[in-house]
Design a binder for this molecule. Structure first.
Ligand SMILES: [Zn+2]
Ligand SMILES: [Zn+2]
Length: 261
């Protein structure tokens, strides 16, 4: 059996449509070896409906722990998808440190007060080159922060299909080198296929850079509904194999190992 994991899944503890139990059924049906939950957690912003209220952190962890006890045939992991804010590293670290997590996904959704996936109007009247640059600077800082095990959808700024005129290769290169130097994995996030972008994150034209810099990889669905668990994984693994990847990152209690695929 091919070993496959899906570490980026949202249940009703944040903005997903179903309870965790339903995602596990779907993961078993998809033949996954592991499923990991990664509810949205955004400190420092008013709690919005797409985020888990921090007071629910232990009910969430205990719910997943109970499922670990009661489920056979698949490994269940406990994670979070945490928003990165430059300058807030100490507070984020203090919140996360005591939690018994298997991995933490660090994501940049916010540029200023708004999220880059809020709507196409976010981009109106703004310099696309400048937005891409700021987005990458923030993701590079997140990668070097020491807070995270995986970086989520590292080029989410592509969501509405904008094409900067500047050469992006140096930004991807710096990002990949920072990830490698800080022991952080990137994800091929297949949910981009369901968004206006209609393709995976990161940009497949630059995947070779992550390979050249030897950055560990995970394939994740970012599913917000059970039917999307493991979605498009055959294609994602085929793409990675074509680029030259042969192993993927697997996490347990924040320790990473590599498994061949
Ligand atoms: Zn996200
Ligand atoms: Zn997500």
């Amino acid at each position: 059996m091919i070993y496959r994991t899906d570490y980026h899944v949202h249940s009703t503890y944040s903005d997903g449509r179903s309870v965790p139990d339903d995602y596990i059924r779907s993961a078993l049906a998809a033949g996954l070896s592991e499923i990991g939950f990664s509810e949205h957690l955004t400190l420092f912003k008013d709690t919005e409906d797409w985020n888990m209220n921090p007071v629910n952190i232990f009910p969430y962890i205990n719910h997943i722990k109970a499922l670990q006890q009661s489920t056979t045939g698949i490994k269940i992991k406990i994670g979070l998808e945490v928003d990165y804010f430059a300058g807030k590293e100490d507070e984020i670290s203090a919140f996360l440190f005591p939690l018994p997590l298997d991995y933490i996904i660090g994501s940049v959704h916010y540029l200023g007060d708004k999220t880059v996936d809020f709507g196409p109007e976010f981009y109106e009247g703004k310099s696309i080159d400048r937005l891409f640059k700021s987005y990458f600077e923030s993701v590079i800082k997140a990668s070097g922060s020491g807070l995270f095990d995986i970086i989520g959808h590292c080029d989410l700024i592509r969501i509405y299909g904008h094409k900067p005129s500047a050469d992006l290769e140096p930004l991807y290169r710096r990002l990949a080198i920072t990830m490698k130097n800080n022991n952080v994995a990137f994800e091929v996030n297949t949910n981009g296929r369901n968004r206006p972008l209609a393709d995976f994150y990161p940009d497949r034209r630059f995947l070779h850079i992550f390979r050249e810099e030897n950055v560990p990889v995970c394939v994740n669905s970012d599913a917000h509904m059970p039917m999307r668990v493991g979605q498009y994984f055959d294609e994602a693994y085929e793409l990675l194999r074509y680029i030259g990847f042969t192993e993927m990152a697997v996490f347990d209690k924040r320790k990473r190992s590599l498994v061949p695929f």
